[in-house]
Ligand binder design. Structure first.
Ligand code: RUB
Length: 340
């Protein structure tokens, strides 16, 4: 089977988050999981961009793949350079923090601007992500085997598994494989308020794969660490800046500080497309602020006073000094600078 064909056929536990079908971007609607496994067909670049904004598709690498196909849609729709560039600007603004979106648009900008060439390049981005996921799982597990106590537990945050990517996932890809290799005995999934990626997606994926796991409230992770049985904490990234700062789902910073206090290795797993060498540090990154309703409600029900005001940053910045190891498809190192 060719690499491009693999993009449509994950195993039965792991449906594809993004697929290209004759000009249509088919997205697994992650807002409806785990109750419903339904797909949304986006026939235009605007529809795909709006689906990224609405988090039908989410997770940095999956956003990048969807954006690559959306560029092909833009080329199909718009013949004048001005209209094409306007559509790409609309797409670029869909979500500001995950650098994979801009990376995919910029990567395709270097290709001949024909539908055929752009589609080939988009399929290559998709196929490369699948390969990168597996390489990172191998490298991450080798690192855990060397540096962590065997048979202990792991904690992860947000959702970094199959449907956040093209393949088996980033951090969750490492941890699923580590569980199968008996390097870890249990995975704790933070529920990840406010959007509940951990509760709705990570726990779902672990259950589907038959992996021993526990869902915990975000505020429980410190006490789990204090229990003394956690060997490693592994998270993904939406952007890694040149100095090694990691921008990831809100709450990652809290975890990293707690990990340092408890002497637990903190692993960040992300493909090269997440590394932003043009941006010096996390201080320069625009952090997406999302709708107050995400915080004011639980499962659609408002539980707060009418006049409460909200801050809802979707991501935070974890300083490089708190990170024990970065795993990309190029290697595992405590210095992001050498993984180029
Ligand atoms: C997703 C998130 C994930 C990162 C990294 O945020 O923060 O941890 O995308 O994981 P959102 P991965 O759900 O808001 O898109 O690299 O596997 O995507």
């Amino acid at each position: 089977m060719g690499a491009a064909d693999m993009t449509e056929s994950k195993n039965q536990h792991e449906p594809a988050a993004v697929a290209w079908r004759d000009g249509v971007v088919r997205l697994l609607d992650q807002r409806k999981l785990p109750r419903e496994e339904v797909y949304l067909d986006c026939a235009t670049v605007e529809a795909t961009a709006d689906a990224i904004t609405a988090m039908v598709v989410r997770g940095a690498p999956a956003i990048g793949i969807a954006a690559a196909y959306a560029v092909v849609q833009a080329r199909q729709q718009y013949l004048t350079q001005q209209a094409y560039q306007q559509a790409l600007a609309y797409l670029r603004a869909a979500r500001p923090t995950a650098v994979n979106l801009a990376w995919a648009i910029d990567t395709l900008a270097q290709q001949p601007q024909t539908v055929k060439a752009l589609l080939l390049a988009a399929k290559q981005i998709h196929a490369d992500d699948i390969t990168a996921n597996q390489t990172m799982a191998d490298l991450g597990c080798a690192w855990i085997e060397k540096h962590c106590q065997p048979g202990r537990q792991a904690i992860t945050h947000c959702h970094t598994g199959a449907i956040a990517t093209g393949g088996i996932g980033t951090a969750l890809g490492v941890l699923k494989q580590a569980y199968r290799q008996q390097l870890v005995s249990r995975i704790y999934a933070d529920e990840t308020r406010p959007w509940l990626q951990g509760a709705r997606l990570t726990a779902w994926e672990l259950a589907k794969n038959g992996i021993e796991h526990r869902l915990i409230a975000d505020s429980a992770s410190g006490s789990v660490m204090a229990g003394g049985k956690v060997a490693v904490i592994a998270v993904g990234a939406d952007r890694i800046t040149a100095n090694g700062d990691v921008i990831n789902k809100i709450g990652t910073y809290n975890l990293a500080v707690l990990a340092k206090y408890h002497g637990i290795p903190f692993m960040v797993v992300a493909p090269q497309s997440t590394v932003d060498r043009q941006t010096a540090s996390g201080a320069e990154v625009e952090i997406e602020q999302r709708d107050a309703a995400e915080v004011l409600t639980v499962a659609g029900q408002r539980h707060t006073a009418d006049n409460s005001k909200v801050e809802n940053p979707a991501f935070d910045v974890t300083p490089a000094e708190l990170i024990s190891v970065y795993v990309t498809e190029l290697g595992a190192s405590d210095d992001i600078g050498v993984l180029a």
